[in-house]
Design a protein around this ligand. Structure first.
Ligand code: MRU
Length: 349
C-alpha cells in the first residue's frame, strides 16, 4: 500500500451546462493537491497555456468544456451560436499549438453545433468526448498490455498517464493494465527537463499505484539503454503525421535513437484523435517554443547567469523508422506505417 495522498481527478465537470470545471493544478504536484474552480473560458485558456492541465487528451477535454463556458457567457442567439463558438474555439486552440487533440476536440464540439445550435448540444458533445476518452484509454491499455515484458524494465518519458488524460492514460495506461493483469516489472521514468513531468507526475502516479519506479536524468537514459537495463520503451504522443512520424515531449527523439541503436522496442501509445492525416510528415508539425526562463530557472531559482539566452522547444519529432509500433485504441500499428495508419480510418478523417 502506498502512503501517498490520493491524487484528485485531472478534471471534473460539476453540474449541468450551467456548472463549472474543477481542474487539478498540475504545476503544484507532487507536493500539493490544489483543485481550481474554473468558471470562464479565460481561466481555461490560462490553465492550458501554463500547463496547469497538460497532456494531449486532457487539454482536448478541458478545451471542450472551456468552449461551453465561453459560449454560455456570451449567451448568443441560436443563429449566432455557431459563429460565436468558432471564435471562442480559436482562442482555446491557440493556447498550445502542437497537440492536435486540442483542435480535434474543439472540431467535434463545433460539428455537434452544426447539427443542433444549442448550448445543451454543445454540453452533451463535451460530455460525450469525455466518456469516449475514458473508453479509449481502456482500449489502448488492453492492446498494449501483452507487449509489456514480465520481469523487465520499461522506460517512459514525460507523463502520459491519468494526469494527461481523463482515463487511465495512454503509455501509462498500458503499464497500469499490464500490472492489473498480474505482470510484474519496473519502470524507469526520465525526469523530463525542463518542466519535470516525469519526476513530478509520472513517478508520483506509478508510486501511488504501487508500481516500482526509478527516476533517472534524461541524460542518463542512453547509457542505461546501452547497458541492457531497459527491455521496452513506451511513450505518449501529441501529434502523429500520416507517415507515422511522432511529435512528443522534447527528448523523446533521443530516447528513440538510443533504443533503435540497441534493439530495444520503442512503442508509442496514442488514441486515434492524436493522428493528423492532413500532416504528411513530421517536418510539418508545429513545435511549440516556450519561454526560455523555463530552462534558465529551476523551480523559480536561476540556474544560469543573468542574461543567458535559452532555446526551449517543448516537443520534438521521432521519425517513424525508429518505432517498433504505435499502440492505438483501434489496435497495433506497425511498419509499413502509412497504409497501416490509413486502415485505422476506414471512413476517412
Ligand atoms: O507539455 P506536456 O506536458 O503537455 O507534454 C505532454 C506529452 O508530451 C505527452 O507525452 C503527450 O501529450 C501524450 S499524453 C497522453
Amino acid at each position: 500500500m502506498s502512503a501517498l495522498a490520493p491524487i484528485p481527478p485531472t478534471l471534473t465537470w460539476r453540474g449541468d451546462a450551467f456548472g463549472h470545471l474543477d481542474l487539478l493544478d498540475q504545476t503544484r504536484l507532487p507536493h500539493e493537491r490544489v483543485v481550481l474552480r474554473l468558471t470562464d473560458v479565460d481561466a481555461v485558456v490560462e490553465a492550458i497555456a501554463t500547463l496547469r492541465v497538460r497532456g494531449a487528451p486532457a487539454i482536448g477535454v478541458a478545451a471542450a468544456f472551456g468552449l461551453v463556458l465561453g459560449v454560455r457567457a456570451l449567451n448568443p442567439l441560436p443563429q449566432a451560436l455557431p459563429a460565436v463558438a468558432r471564435d471562442v474555439a480559436m482562442r482555446l486552440a491557440a493556447a498550445r499549438p502542437t497537440a492536435v487533440n486540442l483542435r480535434w476536440a474543439l472540431d467535434q464540439c463545433l460539428d455537434a453545433l452544426r447539427r443542433e445550435a444549442t448550448l445543451t448540444a454543445l454540453f452533451r458533445a463535451a460530455e460525450q468526448l469525455w466518456a469516449d476518452e475514458v473508453a479509449t484509454c481502456d482500449r489502448i491499455g488492453a492492446f498494449g498490455a501483452p507487449l509489456v515484458p514480465d520481469g523487465g524494465t520499461v522506460l517512459t518519458h514525460c507523463n502520459a498517464g491519468r494526469l494527461a488524460t481523463v482515463g487511465c492514460g495512454t503509455a501509462l495506461g498500458v503499464l497500469f493494465t499490464a500490472w492489473n493483469q498480474g505482470k510484474r516489472f519496473r519502470v524507469l521514468a526520465t525526469e523530463t527537463r525542463p518542466l519535470l513531468q516525469g519526476a513530478r507526475l509520472t513517478a508520483l502516479e506509478l508510486a501511488a499505484a504501487g508500481i516500482p519506479v526509478e527516476l533517472c536524468p534524461d541524460s542518463a537514459a542512453a547509457g542505461l539503454i546501452a547497458s541492457g537495463a531497459v527491455q521496452m520503451a513506451v511513450v505518449g504522443a501529441d501529434r502523429i503525421a500520416a507517415n507515422g512520424d511522432v511529435a512528443n515531449k522534447v527528448g523523446t527523439y533521443s530516447h528513440a535513437l538510443a533504443c533503435f541503436a540497441h534493439r530495444v522496442p520503442f512503442w508509442v501509445a496514442a488514441p486515434r484523435s492524436t493522428f493528423d492525416l492532413r500532416t504528411r510528415d513530421g517536418s510539418q508539425i508545429p513545435i511549440e517554443e516556450r519561454d526560455g526562463t523555463e530552462v534558465t530557472q529551476l523551480g523559480g531559482v536561476a540556474v544560469a547567469a543573468p542574461g543567458v539566452a535559452a532555446r526551449n522547444p517543448a516537443f520534438d519529432v521521432t521519425p517513424a523508422r525508429l518505432l517498433r509500433g504505435i499502440i492505438t485504441d483501434g489496435g497495433l500499428v506497425e511498419a509499413p506505417f502509412e497504409p497501416a495508419i490509413k486502415a485505422l480510418f476506414p471512413a476517412g478523417r
